[in-house]
Design a protein around this ligand. Structure first.
Ligand code: GLU
Length: 422
């Protein structure tokens, strides 16, 4: 690690590679397999011409990276953000492969992204961008090929447009081409809450292991989007004491505990800025990470905890709601501090797990009760946590390395069985 130049710390692809390398070495992965799994299967770049509301034509750049097809169709979200880069999409696609394998669902990993700022686009511009992007990619998408889902900056309406555009090209309705769709179009009950719910399920397991009760856990949630707000709400209901929350506008801290249902109402029903909520002290979105707590949930974006600031983290459990919130350089610092890390590829895998349930329901044309979805999610999260902890203890490695080992082992064994087609 020390040989990598310091300015590369924030390159998420290098973070993903560094973790892969540690786990692959620990597993004694053969050289050929190592190289096969290190690189994506396919990277597609599309230039998306769109007529804007004012009549101008703009061209947006979009990507879809398919990392692995070894265990099934590719699976992973589509992100709309001005900060999208090919390296980021590549890292996120790789993480999806490991995430699907950790929870043992039959998918490989993919990710998509469009460089655009959804805050500055009208809904109809977003619709046109989405439809043209989907049309350009249509030959590579499909329930048996590659199944997108929401991610940063995209939502169930965007998924509905992807589904409709793809279906128009196929000349019949194909609900299983995307997940995270509206319920009326073949979405699954419980999908919207799944990432936050899965996160809490993994935290509950960690608490059990450390013999802590939710009421003893001061909890801070960075990020108040789909993942952070739902995790905060569910954890609050379960008895965790949510003492801090933040979004892009800033943070809010109250050592007595925030009134989470009122905060959710403030942000989502009244559309007011989170830090202006009357019921806490204002901080910055970054500073909230360093307040003392038992459970810290970074659920915003990448690269929040780095080698520069990891020594300031003051928690027992770090539960990664975002993808890649901790850099590879920060891993060692957290390990020395004895923080129990619940790595992203395990902690936030509830979303893709219920995406899998949605895909299964679409293909069967038979839909489950919400309690059934949540129970199956519970089974998957509990089993995955136990398997990661078992490997962690057997090999005396961090939970992150154990999660990667579990994932790489599963993909590698499928690959050995399939062999290489020549
Ligand atoms: N974008 C989510 C993730 O990073 C969900 C992916 C999916 O459901 O396919 O896990």
């Amino acid at each position: 690690m020390a040989t990598v130049a310091a300015h590369d710390e924030l390159n998420v692809y290098e973070s993903a590679e560094a973790r892969f390398e540690i786990a692959a070495r620990q597993l004694g992965l053969e050289d050929g397999l190592y190289r096969f799994l290190k690189y994506p299967n396919k990277e597609i770049t599309v230039y998306i011409p769109v007529v804007m509301d004012d009549g101008r034509m703009e061209v947006f750049t979009g990507y879809r990276v398919q990392h692995s097809l070894v265990r099934g169709p590719c699976k992973g979200g589509i992100r709309y953000s001005p900060h999208v880069t090919i390296d980021e999409v590549r890292a996120l696609a790789t993480w999806m492969t490991w995430k699907c394998a950790v929870v043992d669902i039959p998918f490989g990993g993919a990710k998509g992204g469009i460089i655009c700022d959804p805050e500055k686009l009208s809904r109809s511009e977003i619709e046109r961008i989405t439809r043209r992007y989907t049309a350009e990619l249509s030959e590579w998408l499909g329930p048996e090929k590659d199944v997108p889902a929401p991610d940063l900056g995209t939502d169930e309406q965007v998924m509905a447009w992807v589904m409709d555009t793809f279906s128009m090209h196929m000349r019949h309705t194909v609900t299983g081409v995307v997940t995270g769709k509206p319920l009326a179009l073949g979405g699954s009950l419980g999908r919207r809450e799944a990432t936050g719910r899965g996160l809490m399920m993994i935290c509950n397991k960690a608490l059990e292991k450390l013999q802590l009760k939710p009421s003893q856990c001061r909890t801070i949630v960075q990020g108040f989007g789909n993942v952070g707000s739902i995790a905060a709400e569910l954890m609050h209901e379960t008895g965790y004491k949510i003492i801090g929350a933040s979004d892009v506008h800033g943070g809010l801290y109250n050592e007595k505990g925030l009134d989470v249902p009122k905060l959710v109402d403030w942000v989502y029903r009244q559309h007011k800025p989170l830090p202006e909520f009357p019921g806490g002290e204002r901080t910055s979105s970054q500073e909230i990470l360093f307040r003392p707590c038992e459970v810290l949930v970074p659920a915003a974006i990448e690269n929040q905890i780095t080698s520069e600031n990891a020594h300031r983290v003051d928690c027992k459990i770090l539960c990664e709601g975002a993808n890649g919130p901790t850099t590879a350089y920060a891993d060692d610092v957290l390990q020395q501090k004895g923080v129990f890390v619940l790595p992203d590829i395990l902690a936030n895998a509830g979303g893709v797990t219920v995406s899998y349930f949605e895909w299964v329901q679409d293909r069967q044309g038979f839909f489950w009760r919400e309690s059934e979805v949540n129970q199956r999610l519970q089974d998957v999260m509990d089993r995955s946590f136990d398997q990661v902890v078992e490997l962690r203890e057997a090999h005396k490695v961090t939970s992150r390395t154990a999660a990667y080992m579990l994932a790489i082992r599963r993909v590698a064994s499928a690959l050995r069985l399939r062999g290489i087609y020549a």
